[in-house]
Design a protein around this ligand. Structure first.
Ligand SMILES: [Zn+2]
Length: 300
């Protein structure tokens, strides 16, 4: 049986750059354009983030955004809590060269209150992704408390202590994560480990496009090129066939570039390249179901 090669498209809905305030209507117009692209080129499957942060704690969890998120879930996308606690400046009480992700009490309140808001709005919640790949074992415990089983922050090779990103030798494909050490696979005695879907990486070097933003060694629509993203994807496909192992990885694209033809074309081109080169685009929950099914098959 040919190994599956699955791609989760992380759609990052942060409204940055925020030098100019954008009203709900213009943000929703960009979201709608991304939704169209994902429907046409990825069958509607994606992991859509709902931003929260010190500047916009509630904005995207209320009002006109709620029916939009519901329509995405109807398309087959998963909804993802996405704290960007330091994107618009340091979070409250944050030391220089540190970040809010180490403040577990703060993160617990952020995550549990977001999960509650989504539940009250009748929105399904599937996964979590921290800004700048930030994650800690303590955040992992809070996710379990919130009923979240899937984590999407991992970029293998990346170690940024200032952002709580400790993914140095993380697996290159999806894994059940050790509850104590996020870059390690869970042992048999681990209780309800989180399912981690790492960013696609060429494993050549953890190259950056700028400080705290990955670049051409990963698949990041706004900070790479079509050729570089194709090269990373082809590396993942080759890995699957050489090892005879399923590969489950993610890429990221941002809604704030919607309406700019350069970025829209780059995105549709890489999605089409994935589809016509061995890949299938799936939501995180579908990826986990396929992974679990395969493990069951191998165990039986
Ligand atoms: Zn973000």
């Amino acid at each position: 049986m040919a190994a599956d090669v699955l791609l989760v498209v992380n759609v990052d809905s942060d409204p940055d750059p925020v030098s100019t305030y954008q009203d709900d209507a213009s943000i929703l117009a960009k979201y709608a354009r991304m939704r169209e692209i994902i429907a046409r080129h990825a069958g509607g499957a994606a992991a859509w983030t709902l931003l929260t942060g010190s500047l916009y704690r509630d904005r995207f969890y209320e009002g006109a955004f709620v029916p939009f998120w519901r329509s995405l879930a109807d398309d087959g996308a998963d909804l993802v809590i996405h704290p960007e606690e330091d994107l618009y400046g340091p979070g409250p009480g944050t030391e220089p060269e540190s970040c809010s992700y180490y403040d577990t009490g703060h993160m617990r309140e952020v995550i549990l209150s977001r999960a509650r808001k989504m539940r009250e709005a009748g929105l399904p919640l599937s996964a979590y992704r921290g800004g700048y790949h930030g994650f800690t074992a303590e955040i992992g415990a809070v996710l379990k408390e919130a009923g979240i089983a899937i984590e999407l922050s991992c970029a293998p090779g990346i170690v940024w202590t200032q952002k709580a990103a400790a993914w140095g030798d993380a697996p290159l494909s999806a894994y059940y994560m050790s509850s104590a050490r996020q870059a390690e696979v869970a042992g048999d005695d681990d209780v309800a480990p989180l399912f981690e879907i790492p960013w696609a990486w060429d494993a050549v070097e953890p190259g950056l496009s700028r400080r705290f933003v990955v670049g051409e060694n990963y698949m990041i629509n706004e900070f790479s090129t079509l050729e570089a993203m194709k090269r990373v994807w082809d590396t993942v496909v080759r890995r699957a066939s050489e090892r005879g192992e399923q590969q489950i990885v993610s890429m990221v694209c941002h809604t704030y570039t919607m309406g700019l033809s350069e970025f829209e074309e780059r995105l549709t081109s890489i999605l089409d390249h994935v589809s016509s080169n061995g890949g299938e685009m799936v939501s995180p929950t579908r990826a986990k179901a396929i992974y679990d099914q395969r493990m069951l098959g191998e165990a039986g």
